[in-house]
Write a protein that binds this ligand. Sequence first.
Ligand code: MG
Length: 347
Amino acid sequence: MTTRRDFLATGGLVTAGMLVGSSLGATATDGPKAPKVTKAKGPREMPRDVTLLSMANGDGTETLGVKTDRGILDVRTACRLLGLAAPLTLDELLQGGDAAGLNRVIAAAGRSAKAKPAYLDESRIKFGRLFINPGKIVCVGLNYKRHAQEVKMALPRVPPLFSKFNNALAAHQCTIELPPREVAYKFDYETELLIVMGRRARNVTEAEALDYVAGYCTSNDFSARDLQLETPSVQWLIGKTLDKFAPIGPYFVSADRVGDPNNLKLETRVNGEVRQSWSTNDFIFNTQQMIAYISKHWTLEPGDIIFTGTPHGVILGYPKEKQVWLKAGDELVSSIEKLGDLHFRLG
Ligand code: MG
């Protein structure tokens, strides 16, 4: 049986993409033959010193872009022009561990005039999902002291965990189509730091936990409070994993470019108005503690992602008479220092 990963690894995605044309309008008759994409042969290697994004291509695929001084390097097009192989999605890069393959393409493109058409203007890119098929989406609730106070809940003794499903994953600049009012209407934002795992972690100590992190993203644990808290009792999952309730982006930034994840400023803006403005230095459980705790219970695999909780300022924390829930037409921005501004709107 051919798995999805085998399909990608044998170049199926590249070939399929070339038949119908890449985002540059190339066809199968242009340029060199389709590159062969192979699995990483060497030791697993995490991406370093890199900022990545996902591009939604005209043929329906979502493939990697690399932010460079010359513009965004379209990895799929660069592979084709240079006759090289590399992971074409972030899932593939992290799960396959072939950062060396990506680095070869980045270096070769920088040296070769042939790769010039693979550099795109970022303002013209349609963003795709950074993650499409991660093994696990783990979410930590109630992880900021002032947020726990505003929602009148006791500080947790251990990180409260829940999850989202892959249907919730969404791109920078997406529109979340809200369900009809009879399904839900108490929509709320939660800007969160997203941890992206780069190595298999099981029973890791706090001291070593950051060695297992590939990088970080800006994310929003978008929520329907009525589903989360009133159906008919508290059950977080149903209020957290409606379609596109997990926008992530615009970038994946490698851990070495971020430094200390426990001292990053976060902000949420709704139609230009600042609603959340705080720092991850208010974490109840810091990045190391979250990873150590989760890995005590189950294995975290490369490519798994962890939502880390949101600071105070959510609509749920407002006095009842001031709670005006989000609605279609609202424009949201989640910002995290060093990781970029995630834009999305409600439809
Ligand atoms: Mg949350």
